[in-house]
Each structure stands twice: as C-alpha cells, then as structure tokens.
Design a protein around this ligand. Structure first.
Ligand SMILES: Nc1ncnc2c1ncn2[C@@H]1O[C@H](COP(=O)(O)OP(=O)(O)OP(=O)(O)O)[C@@H](O)[C@H]1O
Ligand SMILES: O=P(O)(O)OC[C@H]1O[C@](O)(CO)[C@@H](O)[C@@H]1O
Length: 329
C-alpha cells in the first residue's frame, strides 16, 4: 500500500514522534509512505517531502532522531481554501495522482472535520491521529501534545509563583484553549493555582473577586489564576481590568504564555502515546478501517468514528473542578 501522512492545525509536541511511528510501522510491514508537507495546504499543492528515496517517500532513516523534537518536520498549516468544495476536489485529485491508498492526518478537531469532508470526494481510507495541545477530542483519554503543553505551562507557573510569593501578588496566567478548558484546568491543578477560568463554566468577575478576598483573609500570600484564552471573561488582561474595578486585595500582573505552550521536546507520555497511535493507525489501515480516529482509552488503542470525536464538546472532568476548589483553601 501507499500511505500519505500530514500534520495539520496547530503543531503539537509529539507530532514528530507520531510521524516516525507511522513511517516505521509501514516500512516494517512493506508499505510506502508519502510525506505531505504543510498540512492540507501542501496536499492541495502536491507539496511532498523529499528524501533519499525520491520525492515524497519517507524512509525509516528520514525520521531518525525526530521522536524527541517538538514541532513537525512536515510543517503544518491552517488552510481555509481546503474547506471548500473546490479545495477538497483539488486535494482528492492530488492524492489520486500520487497513488495514495490511505491518508493519516495528524491534527485536531478542525483537521478531522476536514478529513470527513475529504472523504466525500475521495475513495481512499482515512485514519486520523489526535495531535493537538487542546485535548478537546472525544474518544481518546489524551491527545498527542497535551501532556507536554501542561508540563510547559506548569514549569512557567512554578517560576511565577516564586515572584508572586516574594511580592505578595496575584498573577493572571493565560493559557491556550479557544473553546476548551482542558489545558487550563489540568495546568491549574498541577501548578497549585487557586482559580481556573475556563470557557465551559460561566463565573462572573465579582464572584472571582469575592473568592480572592476570601483567600486573602485565609492568609494566602500569593494567588495564581489560570485563564483559558477562550474564557468568557475575555482572557487574562480583560479579567485583570475587571478585578481591579472590584477592589482586588493584591497587586496584580498578567502573563500570556502563548505559543511557548506548543513548543519543546515532548514528554515521555506524549512520545509513548504518539508511537502507539501512529503504529495503530497503520495497522488499522492494513485491516481495512476508514473514517476513524486512532485513540487510546484506559490503556487500550481504539478506533472512534471521526465525526464522534468533534460533534459533541468534550466535557471537563467535573471532579477536577471540585478538586481544584478544595485544594485552594
Ligand atoms: N469544516 C471543515 N471542513 C473542511 N476542512 C476543515 C474544516 N474545519 C477545518 N478544516 C481544515 O482543517 C484545518 C485545520 O483545522 P484547525 O485550524 O481548526 O486546526 P485543528 O486541527 O483543530 O488543530 P488545533 O486543535 O491545533 O487548532 C483547517 O485549516 C482547514 O483546512
Ligand atoms: O497558532 P495559532 O493559529 O495562533 O493558534 C492558536 C490556537 O491553537 C491552539 O493552541 C491549538 O493548537 C489553540 O488553543 C489556540 O487558540
């Protein structure tokens, strides 16, 4: 078989590890892999990876020592032109011309929406691998990149706590998550933040200010509030302004972690997950599966229909929200 592989949407640590796994699982089973550069944009332009085997072909050697590297050697993109009937047809033609039998897109919910749309124009098999720091896909306990992004954010907040304690300040730390608070909540728990503001929960600024007052009266020297960028408060800067109007008992500072969260060497957890899912995606294709995401739940690899991964918002673990509250007293 000839398999195509691409990375799409925001890059995520572990995408390279997943790519390596796809290439080596395929090679060990005697299949070819065509690397498609720059996500769906590259697919539309037939922009293929170049290796010693020729244009497009990825050999096991072409993925040597990338397991530990952040980002993606294939590059990624966000490509609105792909999400049109014309764009999808161009992409389908490119796959046919390259003789691709099956495609493995590595990305998030947008990438999978794109894969479902592509399936209406292309007859090949499609198995997605979940690569996004947002952890917002149903059907897998974690997405590739989430563990690393949490670790990076926690490392930053540990440092911020030092200065927050020294100056008895409140820090509002904005993390990524346009529509999802998974990264914010996990980061808050692991960094012993007092409060997390997430898009899934509507809490007004007055209530947050009241909680801060309460924590002050309990003797807290410093406060960390983790704010998801998509929180209804409008992010850390906007929330800071609201808190200052509500008589905040601490001097405040805001920090936006931004794209730092998407970079860096993947954690061991992300490396193992990426390796398992890339291999499982290849084996699923060989077994004839299509229209599915390769995920992992309770330690087992599983296939989930692509539509099911994004059609319902992945809820936050309620018990973790309550746990954060109990731990912040
Ligand atoms: N409804 C759709 N139909 C067709 N293609 C889509 C659709 N939604 C997204 N895509 C394609 O998938 C690409 C990646 O989507 P998006 O930018 O939302 O990133 P993502 O995969 O969700 O990753 P991340 O979680 O990092 O944001 C888009 O740039 C677009 O080309
Ligand atoms: O690089 P860009 O396009 O600014 O992406 C930012 C977005 O990507 C994500 O990190 C997902 O990768 C979102 O949480 C965030 O809003």
């Amino acid at each position: 078989m000839r398999l195509g592989v691409l990375c799409s949407g925001g890059d995520a640590p572990g995408m390279n590890a997943c790519l390596r796994s796809v290439v080596r699982a395929a090679a060990s089973d005697g299949h070819d892999v065509i690397g498609i550069r720059r996500g769906y944009e590259g697919l539309m332009n037939a922009d293929f990876f170049d290796s010693e085997l020729g244009v497009g072909k990825m050999s096991p050697r072409s993925v040597s020592h990338i397991l530990e590297r952040g980002g993606t050697i294939l590059n990624s993109s966000r490509c609105p032109a792909f999400a049109t009937p014309e764009g999808l047809k161009v992409a389908a033609d490119a796959l046919d011309r390259a003789g691709v039998d099956a495609l493995i897109p590595i990305g998030g919910d947008g990438t999978f929406r794109g894969a479902v749309a592509l399936a209406e124009h292309w007859k090949g098999q499609i198995i997605g691998c979940p690569g996004t720091i947002d952890n917002d896909l149903l059907g897998t306990d974690a997405t590739i990149g989430f563990s690393t992004a949490v670790a990076t954010a926690v490392d930053c907040i540990d440092k911020l706590r030092d200065t927050a304690e020294s100056h008895e300040r409140l820090f509002l730390v904005e993390v990524m998550g346009r529509h999802s608070g998974h990264l914010a909540l996990a980061t808050a728990l692991a960094a012993s933040a007092e409060i997390a503001c997430v898009p899934e929960e509507i809490v007004d600024a007055v209530a947050i200010a009241a909680r801060v007052q309460e924590l002050r009266s309990l003797g807290k020297q410093s406060i960390i509030i983790v704010v998801a960028e998509g929180d209804e408060q409008g992010g850390a800067v906007a929330l800071n302004e609201k808190l200052s109007l509500a008589d905040c008992p601490y001097a405040t500072r805001t920090v936006i972690l931004g794209h730092i969260q998407r970079g860096g060497s993947p954690t061991a957890e992300d490396r193992v997950l990426a390796t398992r899912l890339g291999d499982f995606a290849v084996r699923s294709i060989v077994d004839g599966a299509t229209g599915m995401m390769a995920g992992e739940t309770c330690g087992h690899c599983c296939l989930v229909p692509l539509e099911d991964t994004f059609s319902t918002h992945r809820p936050l673990p309620e018990h973790q929200i309550e746990l954060l509250d109990r731990m912040s007293c």
